[in-house]
Design a protein around this ligand. Structure first.
Ligand SMILES: Nc1ncnc2c1ncn2[C@@H]1O[C@H](COP(=O)(O)OP(=O)(O)OP(=O)(O)O)[C@@H](O)[C@H]1O
Ligand SMILES: [Mg+2]
Length: 379
């Protein structure tokens, strides 16, 4: 666990970080994002003491980094930077060995560990062990950088824009591999990027830095849906949520004002509401929580002689409902809009929260995401 307590940093009189308070859990993947010069690299270097702490405190598993010797910190924290940070005059093997020697691994164990971490990042040791960095592609260099960061088996790995110089395909592959390695070995990763898509794809939580302060620190879904301020909103961009349909749920796109009727009303009242709204079915609810009881269809009311009869015996279960947290993807895949004009949206207590219609869904998709504060209406 990494705890920032009122951390501040300045270079001469220039304040770079102000009152950073944040707790990163063990095994968590946190992505830092923010505009150039906002302090991301400084924040990362504060964790491994490449920049010494000016104000506040920073604790790793409850111990202040002021009390952790530098060498112990090197062993516990791996570091990857943009161009891999490899020494150009050393081979791949020597680059990794050097770090392992620094952290005190017995020399007879080092060659096997080098091979192991190269295999971990999908580089064949026999092919690459003796290569110099200049003989590697950008992606291969970054793989070596990642292998080296994992080699001493640290709990924490810091990555400063490690993939930003790579082509999109290589970048995508490395993103997937790093997330897999992180989960498999339960590493805590703090990863800096400029790329919001990369952040959403990799992060458990995203920390958005604005002028040396935390603008928002939250799960990707929350950041996409509820940006804390205009700066975050700009980072998120208007339509990005729609590129991530797993994060869009029925409650985000439903119409809250769905017409429904209480089950103790009469047939006449139901017919009037249907006529008034030109619909051929009505959702029926009971109680103040609007518990969904079923649906009534116009065709089933047409033969009724006694208009003052209670609706109750005409209620059918002839409808499909979705939960508020059903994803857009699932809705599109499973729901048959032709079966009913409206798909009721309920919570897990079966209380009616809103509804989806085919036309409404299309309209929402074309307008993209916006919040709708309209309250439900009962007629
Ligand atoms: N060694 C230094 N001496 C003086 N000022 C510095 C030093 N390192 C960084 N700064 C200043 O601190 C601020 C934050 O820099 P930092 O490198 O942390 O930003 P960043 O968010 O990583 O930016 P980028 O996205 O461009 O990498 C900048 O204004 C920068 O000019
Ligand atoms: Mg930087």
């Amino acid at each position: 666990m990494i705890e920032f307590r009122n951390v501040s940093q300045s270079y001469k009189d220039h304040k770079v970080l102000t009152d950073i308070n944040m707790t990163i859990q063990s095994g968590e993947f946190v992505v830092l994002i923010g505009s150039s010069g906002c302090g991301k690299t400084t924040l990362l270097k504060t964790i491994n003491k490449l920049t010494s702490l000016a104000g506040g405190d920073l604790l790793i598993d409850g111990v202040s980094i002021r009390d952790i010797p530098d060498i112990a910190l090197r062993r516990r924290i791996g570091y990857v930077i943009q161009d891999g940070g490899l020494f150009p005059h050393l081979t791949v093997e020597e680059n990794i060995s050097l770090l392992l020697e620094t952290v005190g691994m017995p020399s007879e164990k080092i060659p096997a560990r080098v091979d192991e971490v190269l295999e971990m990042v999908n580089l064949d040791p026999d092919t690459f062990r003796n290569s110099f960095p200049a003989q590697l592609s950008g992606g291969q260099k970054q793989r070596v950088g990642v292998a080296r960061a994992f080699s001493a088996n640290p709990d924490i790995i810091l990555m400063d824009e490690p993939f930003s110089a790579l082509d999109p395909v290589t970048r995508g592959e490395l993103q997937n591999e790093v997330v897999k390695l992180q989960k498999r070995f339960h590493k805590t990763i703090v990863f800096v990027t400029h790329d919001m898509d990369e952040a959403i794809k990799m992060a458990d939580r995203i920390c958005i830095i604005q002028n040396g302060q935390i603008a928002q620190f939250d799960r990707p879904e929350e950041i996409l849906k509820r940006p804390a301020n205009a700066y975050v909103e700009e980072f998120v961009g208007k339509n990005r949520l729609w590129g991530n349909p797993a994060y869009i749920h029925a409650e985000d796109i439903m119409k809250k004002a769905v017409i429904h009727i209480s089950k103790n009303r009469t047939v006449l009242q139901a017919l009037q509401i249907m006529r008034h709204n030109t619909v051929d079915s009505l959702l029926v609810t009971s109680g103040r929580e609007h518990r969904l009881e079923g649906i009534i269809w116009l065709k089933n009311l047409q033969e009724v002689k006694d208009y003052s009869a209670s609706l109750e015996e005409y209620i059918t279960q002839d409808y499909i409902s979705v939960y508020a947290d059903t994803s857009l993807q699932e809705i599109i895949d499973t729901v048959d809009y032709d079966a009913s004009g409206i798909i009721p949206v309920v919570n897990h207590e079966n209380e009616l929260l809103g509804g989806l219609t085919k036309s409404g869904l299309l309209a929402t998709l074309s307008k993209r995401y916006r919040r709708d504060s309209t309250e439900g209406v009962e007629e």
